[in-house]
Design a protein around this ligand. Structure first.
Ligand SMILES: [Zn+2]
Length: 116
């Protein structure tokens, strides 16, 4: 069975276990893979940083404050990006972005909290 190079599509000639037609293709294929995963990490880091900045922009009183879903979305908050989840004994779920977290309340209200 003939194998094709995943980088350039050329027929691979040589050893059976050869995956690429040349060192050049192997290198450029692997470099692209690395670049994609670096981009993914960079994008998520940027989104985390943005979310953290947004939570930071609310002034807290005794380590917390209340806001609405609308206000968070308006600032560009992304509810899918957080660093950890904390569930209390009562089953209340907090979503954290590093040291700042939020808790969904009724009627699209949110509680923003700071972890000590
Ligand atoms: Zn090739």
């Amino acid at each position: 069975m003939e194998k094709l190079c995943p980088e350039c599509g050329e027929k691979i000639i040589g050893r059976v276990d050869k995956k690429f037609c040349s060192d050049y293709c192997r290198n450029s294929f692997n470099n692209k893979l690395n670049k994609d995963s670096k981009n993914l990490i960079r994008n998520i880091n940027n989104r985390l940083r943005k979310n953290h900045r947004i939570l930071e922009s609310f002034s807290l009183k005794d380590g917390k404050t209340k806001t609405t879903r609308y206000k968070l979305l308006d600032k560009g908050f992304d509810f899918e990006i957080f660093t950890s989840i904390y569930t209390t004994k009562k089953g209340t779920i907090y979503y954290f972005i590093y040291d700042l977290g939020y808790l969904p309340l009724d009627n699209d209200y949110y509680m923003i909290v700071k972890r000590e």
